[in-house]
Ligand binder design. Structure first.
Ligand code: AP5
Ligand code: MG
Length: 194
């Protein structure tokens, strides 16, 4: 199994690059943001519980996302590996993920961290907000709140994996294909070593 985390702030290109990576490497895409938006769209009790937090750009409670990931891992026993997008976002989530993977005799192989300037993040998300149905892209206040949550709670997750020398930083500015090539280079290096 080859499991990777695509790490980075809101708007850094995690979703865009995930689509290309899962198709090239045959991985199962697990995006907690997509899973939560699907709960909201289906108006499930969980969706109703997280809707306003997400609209404000705040993180939802750890227990909720950890349980979602736990079920997703259990529901995909045949997967060659998982690409985690937007998870883990706190140290508690990282520790829970390590434990869940350990129970399945596997682990995170690599954490690819996309680096993008704050102004570029804001520009990308405001631009998407003009056309998409993502309510958290609609105004700069919510976008700033998402970036602030990232700085306060999520950035430190990279430290958790740096202890195990698993983090590779990748320039997340440029064309989508240029960034994809840089990500693939890191993955291929890791696969060769495995
Ligand atoms: P989530 O869905 O994870 O969103 P996010 O991290 O805020 O970031 P985005 O999905 O907006 O950006 P991305 O990095 O995927 O970039 P994308 O490829 O879309 O989380 C949403 C919310 O859910 C959170 O705020 C929280 O409330 C909750 N949540 C989710 N997971 C959670 C967790 N684990 N714990 C607690 N709460 C959780 O690209 C962005 C835009 O840029 C697109 O328009 C794209 O076309 C464009 N773009 C991409 N690449 C480029 C490029 N190279 N050049 C120019 N434009 C580009
Ligand atoms: Mg995304």
């Amino acid at each position: 199994m080859f499991n990777l985390i695509l790490f980075g702030p809101p708007g850094s290109g995690k979703g865009t690059q995930s689509e290309k990576l899962i198709s090239k490497y045959g991985l199962k895409h697990l995006s907690t943001g997509d899973l939560l938006r699907s709960e909201i769209a289906r108006q499930t009790p969980l969706g109703l519980a997280v809707k306003s937090l997400m609209a404000r750009g705040e993180l939802v409670p750890d227990e909720i996302v950890i349980e979602m990931i736990n079920s997703a891992l259990d529901n995909n026993p045949q997967a060659n590996g998982f690409l985690f997008d937007g998870f883990p976002r706190t140290n508690a989530q990282a520790e829970a993920l390590d434990k869940l993977l350990n129970q399945k005799n596997t682990e995170i192989a690599i954490v690819l961290a996309l680096q993008v300037s704050e102004q570029e993040l804001i520009d990308r998300l405001l631009k998407r907000g003009l056309t998409s149905d993502r309510v958290d892209d609609r105004n700069e206040e919510v976008i700033s709140a998402r970036i602030a949550e990232y700085e306060k709670k999520t950035a430190a997750v990279a430290e958790h994996y740096r202890k195990y020398d698993k983090v590779k930083y990748v320039n997340g500015e440029g064309t989508i294909d240029e960034i994809f090539d840089l990500l693939c280079e890191q993955i291929d290096k890791k696969l060769k070593l495995a």
